[in-house]
Design a protein around this ligand. Sequence first.
Ligand code: FAD
Ligand code: NAD
Length: 478
Amino acid sequence: MSEQYDLVVIGSGPAGYVAAIRAAQLGLKTICVEKWLDAAGGACLGGTCLNVGCIPSKALLDSSYKYHESLAELAVHGIQLDSSALNVAAMQGRKEKVVRQLTGGIAGLFKANGVTPLAGAGKVLSGPRVEVTTAANEVSVLETKNVIIAAGSVPMEIAPAPVDNEFIVDSTGALEFQEVPARLGVIGGGVIGLELGSVWRRCGAEVVVLEALDDFLPMMDVAVAAEAEKIFTKQGLDIRLGARVTETTVADGQVAVTYHCGEGEHREVFDKLIVAVGRRPRSEELLSADCGVGMDERGFIHVNDFCETDARNVYAVGDVVRGPMLAHKGSEEGIMAVERILGKHAQVNYETIPSVIYTHPEIAAVGKTEQELKAEGIVHKSGVFPFAASGRALAANDPTGLVKILADRESGRILGCHIVGPSAADLVQQIVIAMEFGATVEDIGITVFGHPTLSEAIHEAALAVDGKAIHIANRRRK
Ligand code: FAD
Ligand code: NAD
């Protein structure tokens, strides 16, 4: 009789590998099937996040920012460099090393916790059971009590700009450039467009962002989006809103892009073109017809609030299900699914999932935006504190942006926090914790913040909600 598992996890991205590790910690006999192969033909662990997403993009963002600092930010501190040159091969080499260290780390964690990695493509069969097909086309079936599907997502393509991986690339290709393109086009002014556009802008590329919508970052709070657009434009990102690409032509080592914007048709020629128009769930060839797991029309696996699919003992987590496509959201869902397999009443608080765009300055958000509160008719109040009034931000010569906090008008309970500014990703986490505990702006107001810190901007924005900020002139209350 074949071996029986307690849990088969399909996919080893941040949703799958975290679920597998927690399951093994809790005593479940766990195997994690991964179809991405490493150079040796074994399972390449870590998914999009570690291999072609969060980690390599942040490595390039950090390197490119250091280069930008050496050119434009250090002189003001009295640091004079005789010269500054960028070695793209070294920058890419460092990125690869970081990726290798972290993916190797997961292999080590699997070993330490007793998770078995298996290279191959998994498919859910009724039962549940999981069919695994190796690269050599050998097929086997895993007997298991439970399945967690964590198959992730892939970049979306658009017909007028087919990716050729040479001149027209997706996010993965945009992480691999071996030289700085003189002119770079980006279709999509969302998270990836801004992060990877910023990387290559800092390295010296002329960057044009073509965004189909008329509004910039419409999912962000209006005040933060408006401030961010000003900052990025000043940094030299040429952001064109309402731009609909109709055609691309590759010729003579360049790519010509035709797009409609406002009244007329326009044409731009680039050395490289990044297509960053969103991602879609990777759910094809994942489910047998009779396995009982349902999908919606966009390919997202259908789950309830607890990531239970329509089939008994089959869960789905991460990018392959509804909700924001964020690594930490998938990881929390993976943990919840495992704990529910073991009969615990775990849940994910979807109201307090932070999101960050790692530009400089960073943009970070949690909870509702002002426009969402207005649309939902929630009576609220807000406080804003600009980093221009922060002693720490000025000392660091980084005083751009603002913190905005939204609270329930009656109770003062915090409903959202939106930041564009230095270390926004880390600052917003303070409000994530506060919201998790149901804190009010008064609670933040009476909390002692160290001086001088960027965190004081959080304190002051919370105080500003009730007109009590110290280091700015408060709006007069009617
Ligand atoms: P994935 O990470 O996509 O992993 C899925 C895994 O399943 C893959 O390894 C895949 O090979 C495997 N798989 C698929 N089908 C099968 C099958 N049938 N059998 C076996 N294995 C299979 N998110 C953030 O939170 N912060 C960031 O800073 C951030 N930066 C990003 C930057 C970029 C450029 C990109 C592209 C994404 C970024 N993201 C970021 C998003 C983040 O990477 C994803 O939300 C996250 O990786 C999703 O995790 P997942 O485990 O659901 O799926
Ligand atoms: P996105 O949804 O953030 O942005 C896509 C943008 O492309 C949108 O503004 C959209 O209006 C625009 N667009 C769509 N079709 C277009 C067209 N035909 N022409 C011009 N513009 C068009 O998607 P993304 O930037 O591709 O990122 C994909 C996902 O990856 C995101 O949802 C995000 O969750 C995740 N991600 C997260 C991070 C992070 O957390 N820092 C970083 C990168 C990616």
